[in-house]
Write a protein that binds this ligand. Structure first.
Ligand code: ADE
Length: 420
């Protein structure tokens, strides 16, 4: 078996951590039990490009247990947990091509390797596999029956492919499932971003001014948690509706040009590029910490920051100090890459349980239904989303009420109104 990882001797440590995460992933565990019996993915070649974490390991093990032939590479050069990669290779016989800190050339090489197996299904996080196939490996398209996409940024890219009529296979948008973005994006990224900032800097958040760029599900979750830690939170937005929501949730809203003068910590959660840009840096508060939790490392314009700086030095793991020509200092975390997956371990297993249950059921759905699907982006079927919610509640030991016959009838009728 071929693989490219940092160090196979890290396998035991990785396996202990994979098993620790497994305890928090009961929904995926239930799906795995059924997959072991039914083997719904038997013989299917699946290329998986996800952050190589303990949670992803549990997903990949589940997909393999369903009978698939799986190959894994990283969806970010800096998020790989090398011990997990080692354990997947040694303990689970899964070919992994991912090394934490790999350069862009190696990152591309690893994607190429897992595409060269001629996969039938692509599991993406950020649509890098889709992008590579459509731009450089069109010959693979004849064998691809479909794909899944994990994250908001990837779904945006895939929808642009549909608009430009270049997407050449159906994709299930796992991100759009309610059991995904309500929990993973909001509570998962909310918590793991705080975790990343603290692990990178060990600073106190209470009393700080934290600027959150973007009030999507991740931004909402992060702002809520930052407030809970005692920070004063400012939100920047480009969407009127979300801006009103942020105000009514109790946050200040203002443009970035004003926020830069007030913030101690800046967190990018927009999915866009150059959100904090060349024009902002000179007026930023001295000593500000700037980081990103969006998928790509484009949200902070580091080229522009370098241009207005006279020196850069690493002052601590994950922390680079930029000294500006006007003598202010700015601290950039994790080279502008996802702080939650680089300085911390990514979203906790309990929320990834639902996200990856969606992934597993979506792959099964694709295999059963791809002949009836067009080259489009599809939501996870509501039935599967509900099934996952129900399994999660069951795993928490929580019961809820059910509608009575009378209530069901009432909800489907129109004739009763104000009582006279
Ligand atoms: N994305 C965010 N958190 C993650 C995690 N723990 N594993 C895989 N992908 C993630």
């Amino acid at each position: 078996m071929k693989y490219e990882i940092k160090n196979i001797q890290l396998a035991d440590k990785g396996n202990k951590r994979i098993l620790w995460a497994q305890k928090e992933m009961p929904v995926l565990g239930k799906i795995m039990e059924r997959f072991i019996k039914e083997k719904p993915l038997k013989g299917k070649k699946i290329a998986i490009c996800l952050h190589v974490t303990t949670e992803t390991a549990n997903l990949v093990i589940t997909i393999k247990a369903a009978g698939a032939d799986v190959y894994l590479c990283a969806s970010n050069p800096l998020s790989t947990q090398d011990d997990v990669a080692a354990s997947l290779v040694k303990n689970y016989k899964i070919p992994v091509f991912a090394i934490r800190g790999e350069n862009n050339k190696t990152y591309d090489k690893h994607m190429n390797i897992i595409l060269d197996i001629n996969p039938e299904i692509l599991m993406d996080d950020g649509a890098d596999l889709a992008n590579m196939v459509l731009l450089k490996k069109k010959d693979l398209l004849k064998g691809i029956i479909g794909g899944t996409e994990e994250t908001t940024t990837g779904v945006v890219r895939l929808r642009a492919m549909v608009k430009n009529k270049v997407l050449a296979y159906p994709v299930i948008s796992v991100n759009d499932a309610l059991t995904k973005h309500f929990f993973d994006n909001r509570y998962g990224t909310g918590q793991s971003t705080i975790d990343g900032i603290i692990r990178a800097t060990n600073i106190l958040l209470a009393g700080k001014v934290i600027v959150t760029a973007g009030y999507g599900w991740c931004g909402r979750g992060f702002a809520m948690r930052a407030k809970g830690m005692g920070a004063r939170v400012i939100v920047t937005e480009i969407n009127h509706l979300k801006a009103i929501e942020a105000i009514m949730d109790g946050f200040e809203v203002m443009p970035m040009k004003d926020a830069v003068k007030l913030g101690d910590i800046f967190v990018m959660l927009t999915g866009n590029l150059n959100v904090i840009d060349g024009k902002h840096f000179p007026s930023i508060k001295n000593g500000a910490i700037v980081c990103n939790a969006g998928h790509f490392n484009l949200e902070i314009n580091l080229n522009a920051l370098t241009k207005v700086s006279k020196s850069v030095k690493n002052v601590r793991d994950f922390v680079d100090e930029y000294t500006l020509k006007n003598n202010k200092t700015i601290y950039v975390l994790s080279q502008g890459r996802l702080v939650n997956l680089t300085a911390a371990e990514g979203n906790p297993a309990s929320v990834m349980d639902m996200s990856f249950a969606n992934q597993a059921l979506s792959v099964e759905y694709l295999i059963k239904n791809y002949k009836n699907l067009k080259n489009d982006v599809y939501a996870v079927p509501e039935k599967l989303d509900n099934e996952i919610a129900q399994l999660k509640l069951n795993s928490m030991g929580i019961e809820i009420d059910t509608l009575t016959k009378e209530q069901k009838k009432y909800l489907s009728s129109w004739s009763s109104g104000t009582q006279k």
